[in-house]
Structure formats: structure tokens, C-alpha cells
Design a binder for this molecule. Structure first.
Ligand code: NAD
Length: 526
């Protein structure tokens, strides 16, 4: 993979030379960013910048006094226009030699890197991410693109000579693009989960209409401006914004779209796939959905490592990651020691303005999320759960201008309680006691989800049994940096099983790109 800087920032690590420079660059970007906030952002349809009759406002969860921008409330007609523009651009783009598309997409990866500080700070203000998470997400965008370019090169554009070829006949397998793709991204990783699917679709010769969550339009609008400013013909990449019932719905189930990448909740993803089944003929619908990710802490575990790993995954980004560790099954023999260590480490967490250097947790995304927090805590208490730490909203100063809550550990709930099954998407984790690995595995596998999972054990046979028995797409053993979270393109393919994803191929992995193409078996007789 091409990498232009010595420093490497992922979700788990800030390593290498120049960290002071990173923080200095971020300090400057944090200070200058508000100067660009508040302006109106058009949609990108073909070569046009398009405004709608109505706009909506986007405020920062970090401080609700900050208006980040005004965005277009697009209509069904805007989506149809964008799809038509993408369709018009398709012949030229899909017939470009693949090497040429790779070169242009590497240019996009580089352009994103060049804007890394500005984009990072937008993520901080719009999603409430801390500095490490922000820079990591921007870096991930570029790494997704480079990784997919690398795969095109490795597979020579996915043109594969087949047996039986000779002087009289040539047999080829050629993977060809489907056509126009819709990319619908979630609020929590708005840039990476737009850039990744967009990059995969484009490098394989498709064209795209992208649409952000209405909660995070700025991150995607700025990314879109950068993509559109690169060397891509007009219409290859389009951006629409607007509400879920209009723009999102039309993009996901309307006519004229040949493939969809939806990243979001199980409820919405399943609903859209049901509607998709009514079409005249099938098309790819790549749905990356939620998780209820368990960590298993076994008798032989290194408990300090386990507590660090659970803390990182349970509370990173305020628990608003699809890979968040929202339940822990701990062996009875080490329950008390593990729980004590987790609570002690959780008490060290600093909640505040996530753009400040030493703050780890920012606010949850919205009042709706806070209401979910309050009601989950109330439900837990009512049903006999013990709040070991957390459970409260913070107040005073900046805390009165966002929904800042304490990271929360809950114990003593019955193992079949709904908080062990429902994805909350909040900084709450529940602890359940088990007697050995078989019970832990049964419980871990007992939800509709199958995204990520982790184990802490020093027993090799136990780790192998976990790898073999857990029903999840992305799994970890003994990972201090994150029990269940933290994947990177080209290093850890990221995807889910069961109700967590529709295809079984992980993003940033060797099987992802092929989903954007269909095979044509060519027989040429001489
Ligand atoms: P969401 O389901 O509310 O929205 C996801 C996308 O779908 C957004 O673009 C949204 O505008 C659109 N949408 C919402 N309702 C729609 C409707 N009725 N019709 C058409 N489109 C609609 O999800 P969210 O709250 O933005 O994101 C959080 C969810 O995403 C969590 O469940 C999380 O686990 C999941 N997620 C999964 C992954 C993964 O890789 N598996 C990654 C990130 C987030």
C-alpha cells in the first residue's frame, strides 16, 4: 500500500514521529474551522452545484450554539437527476482502461490526505470524535482507496485467462461493473463509510450517487467537494442530501440504481432489503448493519489487558461504533477482579470537548440518543441491575450545550435481559457471569447480530475454540487496544455475519471489491 507520510494514525494507535506536529496542525485547524462554518452547501449533480427549495440546518453535538452549515433538502426529483447524471457518465468511465481509473482514484486518496487536518476537525465538531478518532477516520478514507487500487493491480483488472485457451479459442473471465451505485452512510463514520464504498464502486468502473445521514452532512459534503475536485468526469460521482423518507428512500429503493451500499442500523437495513426484494430482478444490496458485540473474559485471562480492551471498545466514540463492546461475559472465578479493574479504568476517562488534546470522550450524538441512555439506565435499575459506575448526564459549562454522559458499567442483570441483546449505541456495557467458555459462546452467539467479538484467555485451546465457535465476522483475541473494535483496510477486513451484514465479505479485505462487479465469461473462437 502506498503511504506518503512516515507517521501512521489508526483508531488504535498514534505512533511514529511527529506527534507534536500532529497536535499543532490540529490546534490550528480547530481554531480556523469555525470561520468556514455556517455556509450553505449545494448538492453535486453531474457538473452542476444544485440548491433545493428548502434547506436544513446542522448543529454541532459538541456545542449546540455552533451552526455547522445549511444543507439542501433534496427531493425525489433531485435523486432521479443525480441517477441520470451517473448513468450518462457510465459508458466513458466504465470503458476507461482500469489502470487509468486506478491512477485517478489514487489521486483522490492523495487529495483527501492533503486535506486531512481540515477534514479531521470537521469530524470532531460534527460527530463529537476525539482527535485520534478524527485523524484515524480521514486516514482510513485514503487507505481504503489505496487498498482497493492495490487489489485492482493485484488482479490485473480482474481479467482472468481460463483453461482451454489456445490458437483456436480464447476463454476469459472478466469482472465488469454493475452500473450506478447508491452509497448511504451512517452518522458515526460519515467519511470513511462514504469514501470506502465510493472508492470500491468507482475503481471497478461503476458510477455513484452518495448520500450522507442528515445528522452528518458536512463531513460528507466536504469529502464530496474534494472527490469532485479530482480528475473524474462529471457525473461519475454525485452527492444528494436530504431526509430519510424522501431522498434516502428513493436512493435505496427507487428505480435506476444497479447496486446499493447501505451502512446503518439493522432495523433500517432489513426494511430496505425487504422492499428491495419486490424489484423485477435482483441487484446487489450490500448492507453493513449493527452489532451487539461481546467480550469473553476467561479464567486464565490477563485481567489488566481485558479491562483495557473492554474499556477501549465499550466507550470509544461514546459507544457509538458498530463494533462497540456492549456486553461482557466473564468467568465467575475472575468476575470480581475484572469488574473492579474495569470500573477503576472507567473512572479515569475524561469527558469533555473532544477537540481538546487530552479529552477521550465527547457528547452522544443527539437528544434521542440521550433519551435512549436515560431509559436504558432506568430499565436496568428497575430490573435489578447495579450501576457500578456512570449512569448520569454531565452538566455545567459546555456540558449544558450538548448531551455529555458518563460511561456506564452495569452488573447483575439476568443473562436474558434485553440489554444483553439490544444494540444501544451508547457508552453502556453490561456484565454477565458465566461458567466457562461453552456457556460464554452460547450466550455470545444468542443474538441476531454477528459483527465483532473478542476473547481474553491465556489458554491456546480456548482461543482456538472461540475462533471456531463464535458467529461473528471480525474477531479478536487478547487485544488491549480494543476488545472488539479497531479494524484497518488491508490489515483487518471488517464485516459481519447473520443480522450484521448481507454479504459476508469484509470492507477493506480481499473479497470486498469483487462485489461491485459481475462476471462475464467470454468465449472467442478464431
Ligand atoms: P441509520 O440506520 O439511522 O441510518 C443509516 C443511513 O440510512 C443514513 O444514511 C440514513 O440517512 C439512512 N436512512 C435512515 N432511515 C432510512 C429510511 N427509512 N430509508 C432509507 N434510508 C434511511 O443508522 P445511523 O444511526 O446513522 O448509524 C448507526 C447504525 O449504523 C448502528 O446500528 C451501527 O451499528 C451501524 N453501523 C454499522 C457499520 C458496519 O460496518 N456494520 C458501521 C457503522 C455503523
Amino acid at each position: 500500500m502506498r503511504q506518503t507520510t512516515a507517521m501512521k494514525i489508526t483508531y488504535a494507535t498514534l505512533s511514529g514521529e511527529g506527534l507534536d506536529e500532529v497536535h499543532a496542525a490540529l490546534d490550528a485547524a480547530v481554531e480556523s474551522a469555525p470561520g468556514s462554518f455556517g455556509r450553505e452547501h449545494p448538492m453535486i449533480i453531474g457538473e452542476d452545484r444544485v440548491v433545493a427549495d428548502e434547506q436544513f440546518e446542522d448543529r454541532s453535538p459538541v456545542d449546540d450554539r455552533i451552526v455547522l452549515g445549511r444543507f439542501q433538502s433534496g427531493t425525489v426529483e433531485h435523486v432521479q437527476n443525480a441517477v441520470a447524471a451517473a448513468r450518462r457518465a457510465l459508458p466513458e468511465w466504465s470503458l476507461l482502461p482500469w489502470q487509468e481509473r486506478v491512477a485517478r482514484m489514487r489521486g483522490v486518496a492523495e487529495a483527501i490526505r492533503e486535506h486531512r487536518w481540515e477534514l479531521s476537525v470537521i469530524l470532531g465538531y460534527e460527530v463529537g470524535k476525539n482527535r485520534l478518532e478524527c485523524v484515524g477516520e480521514v486516514e482510513e478514507c485514503s487507505d481504503f482507496l489505496d487498498y482497493y487500487c492495490d487489489r485492482m493491480e493485484e488482479h490485473l483488472g480482474f481479467v482472468t485467462p481460463m483453461d482451454g485457451s489456445g490458437d483456436e479459442q480464447m476463454n476469459l473471465s472478466v469482472l465488469r461493473p454493475y452500473g450506478v451505485w447508491a452509497v448511504l452512510s451512517p452518522f458515526n463514520f460519515p467519511m470513511a463509510l462514504t469514501a470506502g464504498p465510493v472508492g470500491a464502486a468507482l475503481v471497478t468502473g461503476n458510477t455513484v450517487v452518495a448520500k450522507p445521514s442528515p445528522i452528518t452532512p458536512l463531513a460528507v459534503a466536504r469529502l464530496a467537494e474534494i472527490i469532485a475536485g479530482c480528475d473524474l468526469p462529471p457525473g461519475v460521482f454525485n452527492l444528494v442530501t436530504g431526509g430519510n423518507d424522501t431522498v434516502s428512500h428513493e436512493l435505496a429503493v427507487g428505480a435506476g440504481i444497479d447496486g446499493v451500499v447501505f451502512t446503518g442500523s439493522y432495523a433500517v437495513g432489513m426494511q430496505l432489503m425487504h422492499q428491495d426484494a419486490d424489484r423485477a430482478f435482483p441487484r446487489p444490496f450490500i448492507a453493513e448493519m449493527g452489532g451487539k458485540n461481546p467480550a469473553l473474559v476467561m479464567r486464565s485471562a490477563d485481567l489488566d489487558k481485558a479491562a483495557d480492551g473492554v474499556k477501549a471498545s465499550a466507550f470509544g466514540l461514546q459507544g457509538q461504533k458498530c463494533s462497540a463492546c456492549s456486553r461482557v461475559y466473564v468467568d465467575g472465578s475472575v468476575r470480581e477482579a475484572f469488574t473492579e479493574a474495569l470500573v477503576e479504568k472507567t473512572l479515569d476517562i475524561r469527558v469533555g470537548n473532544p477537540l481538546e488534546k487530552d479529552v477521550w470522550l465527547g457528547p452522544v450524538i443527539s437528544e434521542t440518543a440521550f433519551e435512549r441512555y436515560r431509559s436504558a439506565i432506568a430499565q436496568a435499575v428497575k430490573d435489578g441491575g447495579r450501576i457500578l459506575t456512570g449512569g448520569e448526564r454531565l452538566s455545567g459549562g459546555l456540558f449544558d450545550h450538548g448531551f455529555y454522559v458518563e460511561p456506564t458499567v452495569i452488573d447483575d442483570l439476568p443473562l436474558d435481559h434485553e440489554l444483553f441483546h439490544t444494540e444501544l449505541f451508547l457508552p453502556i456495557t453490561v456484565i454477565g457471569e458465566v461458567d466457562g467458555l461453552p456457556q460464554a459462546l452460547d450466550l455470545a452467539n444468542g443474538t441476531e447480530y454477528g459483527l465483532t467479538a473478542g476473547i481474553f484467555s491465556e489458554d491456546e485451546s480456548e482461543i482456538q475454540a472461540f475462533f471456531d465457535g463464535i458467529q461473528a465476522g471480525t474477531i479478536y483475541a487478547n487485544r488491549r487496544a480494543g476488545a472488539t473494535a479497531g479494524a484497518w483496510p488491508g490489515i483487518n477486513p471488517f464485516g459481519g455475519w447473520k443480522g450484521s451484514a448481507s454479504t459476508g465479505a469484509g470492507a477493506g479485505g480481499p473479497h470486498y471489491l469483487q462485489q461491485f462487479m459481475r462476471e462475464q465469461s467470454r468465449v472467442r473462437v478464431f
